[in-house]
Design a protein around this ligand. Structure first.
Ligand code: AMP
Length: 307
């Protein structure tokens, strides 16, 4: 499926389905009338997310409704366009699918994969922290998803519990590509992300590359096991200082395997961080991870959405 993205979000975007065998093209646009709208799933900064069912196929999905006026006011149309462009091309069991999008006079609608078990952040808050088995499983899923992104020259740059959703079997789904970039020239320089998850090279305003995601994996693994991120402090300044010095304290209850993985990811020098393949093959991950793949990814290929 090819998504042709128009230069301006407000100007006649069409959906194009390309059949690879005969290259026949069928042009059809979506509208809100194609869906039955269900319960609200959550509220975001620029609009709301609803459960929805496509009328013809009965396909269940999440419809994210964004107000153009809010996007324009905050000057984030460019960011949304990049998010759509990137996420619509990513097809991986641990990355939330963006099937398509459409718009009307005042709103933009994103047709997203529905994540039935909701936010990972809420689950972490509810439980306090995760077991080694659960944490290692999430690390394996994340490393696999990020490996796929990096091969496509996409850096996420904002991996944190708030941006992760859970699928039907509890599998992790990377959801928010608002800060991600295509990295054709391998290095970029923009300050972004939440303070606790920022790597030293971004705190210090240096150029950064896909290895920022490795740092975030280390922070996440710590937060999963302990219940809070490693450099959390009462002031921004103190958090910055701890990040730059990589001043990390491991609770005595943490296993040597987990400590080994986290300290190999939280290296000040990005080049020395454990690569994603190394994360997947790390003995602690291998011993503890229990990964389940959704059925649509095991036998018959990908989850292609409402059509
Ligand atoms: P967002 O605007 O992306 O921050 O979404 C707001 C909230 O809606 C999230 O925090 C989730 O609780 C919920 N949500 C967003 N997307 C989905 C989805 N695809 N499936 C289920 N819940 C979602």
């Amino acid at each position: 499926m090819v998504l042709i993205f128009s230069a301006a979000l407000g100007s006649g975007v069409q959906r194009v389905l390309a059949e690879p065998e005969n290259q026949q093209q069928l042009v059809k646009s979506w509208s809100i009338d194609d869906f039955d709208i269900g319960r609200p799933l959550g509220k975001g900064k620029f609009g709301n997310v609803y459960m929805a069912r496509e009328r013809e196929t009965k396909f269940i999905l999440a419809l994210k409704v964004l107000f153009k006026s809010h996007l324009e006011k905050e000057n984030v149309e460019h960011q949304l366009r990049r998010e759509i462009e990137i996420q619509s091309h990513l097809k991986h069991p641990n990355i939330l699918r963006l099937y398509n999008y459409f718009f009307d006079r005042t709103r933009i609608y994103l047709m997203l994969e529905f994540a039935p078990r909701g936010e990972l952040y809420k689950e972490l808050q509810k439980r306090g922290c995760f077991s080694e088995q659960q944490s290692a499983t999430y690390m394996l899923e994340l490393a696999d998803a990020l490996l796929y992104c990096h091969l496509k020259k996409v850096i996420h740059r904002d991996i944190k519990p708030e941006n992760l959703l859970l699928g039907l079997r509890g599998e992790l789904k990377i959801a928010d590509f608002g800060w991600s970039v295509h990295a054709p020239s391998s290095r970029r320089k923009t300050l972004c992300g939440t303070l606790d998850y920022l790597p030293p090279e971004m705190v210090e305003g240096r150029l950064h590359d896909e290895k920022v995601d490795l740092w975030c994996l280390g922070i996440l693994c710590y937060e999963f096991l302990v219940g809070h991120p490693p450099f959390e402090s009462s002031s921004h300044q103190e958090t910055y200082r701890k990040i730059c010095k990589v001043e990390i304290h491991f609770p005595s209850s943490m296993s040597d395997g987990a400590k080994s993985l986290i300290s190999q990811l939280l290296r000040h020098n990005p080049v020395l961080r454990l690569p994603l393949k190394g994360v997947m093959e790390h003995p602690w991950v291998k011993a503890n991870a229990r990964r389940l793949l959704p059925p649509e990814c095991t036998a018959s290929g990908e989850n292609e959405g409402p059509h």
